[in-house]
Design a protein around this ligand. Structure first.
Ligand code: ADP
Ligand code: MG
Length: 394
């Protein structure tokens, strides 16, 4: 169901509380090392300022566990945001203190303030209704633009939405509309590429996508469990023996649904992960007992590449190998480059997959790179995210 956005509600001169995801990496000196998440919120903030709203931003940073811990202060973010917006960003040192309330009351139309880390309050992660109400009392409209935390039912992501008119920001809208459309009404052939370390991390994703896609490519560590389920020996590779029966069921279910499921035909194997590792390429029925599968082989990579280019909608989650280490990166890089050539919709979900696409230099060619690792996985599992569910329907 489509959700109302900032464009569907009157914000002029109103106090608007915006949940953003400013959980940015910082070095030991409190310098922001990657401002991607701050920049991702600029369209929504910019729109609200243009409409002369009074913008009150709320976010978490790290895991201060419900206590004030200045190591996790958002103050450096306020400064950084001010530079990006070229206007002062006021800082509310204690999100809910009287002083902050007075600061909010004196905010003028078109001014911005950032509240201190909301996870300094124990009620945040517990979704304490008292905190939800307290946040709601600061404003007249609530906007959620924090897709990355939308899978958490916290006071600032879900609870507060019960007490104010609640709508999506532009980043949130982009995430849910592109991924939502791909899942509900994909242009076909619809393909999913799944990889990453473990089957157990992705069971829900595999099950949900299996019911929707035409073609499923499986690589990465998780393919080992499927290969084993097909009767191959995978040597010393990462294997989840207890998931072999599940893999058999999933393979059977794919056949039943007419999904074309492809597993690796060959693999890059080595004794250990390492930049200096001596590698071999073997067929999947020839994996030596003492070696580990650490990437899909060249034959598989070129088959996957060709299949990918023929799809009209592709969702990719999980690298094809240990792509962080050069000798095992080739399969993942080939897949990333093929994704860049798709004439259709390409969606990347999952933290490591995003890193892989960036490493391959093709990020700009993707239709959508999800900003939320855990949230995008839960979305692909078909779960309703609490932070999305709480917003008004269109
Ligand atoms: P994402 O973050 O995109 O959801 P995952 O976290 O599930 O992806 O998986 C990424 C990790 O999987 C990477 O650290 C990668 O090194 C590892 N991996 C991929 N293939 C293998 C393999 N064959 N053996 C061991 N680890 C692997
Ligand atoms: Mg990961």
């Amino acid at each position: 169901m489509a959700k109302k956005t900032v464009k569907d509600i009157d914000v002029r001169h109103k106090k608007v509380l915006v949940r953003v995801d400013f959980n940015v990496p910082m070095d030991a000196n409190g310098h922001i090392t990657d401002a991607t998440r701050i920049k991702a919120a600029l369209p929504t903030i910019g729109y609200l300022l243009e409409k002369e709203a009074k913008v009150i931003l709320v976010s978490h940073l790290g895991r201060p566990k419900g206590q004030v811990n200045l190591k996790y202060s958002l103050k450096p973010v306020a400064r950084h945001l001010g530079e990006l917006l070229k206007q002062e960003v006021y800082f509310g040192e204690d999100a809910l203190s009287e002083k902050t309330k007075i600061q909010i009351e004196s905010l003028q139309a078109g001014e911005v303030m950032l509240l201190e880390n909301i996870r300094f309050y124990a009620g945040e992660e517990k979704n304490d209704p008292a905190l939800g109400v307290a946040l709601a009392e600061l404003a007249e409209v609530y906007v959620n633009d924090a897709f990355g935390t939308a899978h958490r039912a916290h006071a600032s992501t879900a609870g507060v939405a019960g007490f104010l008119p609640a709508v999506a920001g532009f980043l949130m809208e982009k995430e849910i509309s592109i991924m939502g459309k791909a899942l509900a009404k994909p242009e076909r052939p619809f393909m999913a590429i799944l990889g990453g370390a473990k089957v157990s991390d992705k069971i829900g994703v595999i099950e949900n996508l299996l019911a929707k896609v035409d073609i499923l490519l499986i690589g990465g560590g998780m393919a080992n469990t499927f290969l084993k389920a097909q009767g191959y020996e995978v040597g010393s590779s990462l294997l989840e023996a207890d998931k072999v029966p599940l893999a058999k069921t999933l393979l059977k279910s794919a056949r039943g649904k007419g999904v074309k499921l492809y597993l690796p035909l060959d693999a890059v194997v080595a004794e250990e992960v390492g930049v200096e590792a001596s590698t071999q390429t073997v067929a999947v029925d020839q994996v030596p007992e003492e070696l580990k599968i650490l990437d899909i082989g060249p034959e598989t990579a070129s088959l996957f590449g060709e299949l990918i280019k023929s799809a009209k909608t592709v969702i990719w989650n999980g690298p094809m190998g240990v792509f962080e280490i050069a000798p095992f990166a080739q399969g993942t890089m080939t897949v990333a480059k093929a994704m860049a050539e798709v004439e259709g919709t390409t969606i990347i979900g999952g933290g490591d997959s995003v890193a892989a696409v960036e490493k391959a230099g093709v990020a700009a060619k993707m239709t959508h790179i999800s900003t939320g690792g855990g949230a995008s996985l839960e979305f692909l599992e078909g779960k309703e995210l609490p932070g999305v569910a709480a917003l008004l329907d269109k």
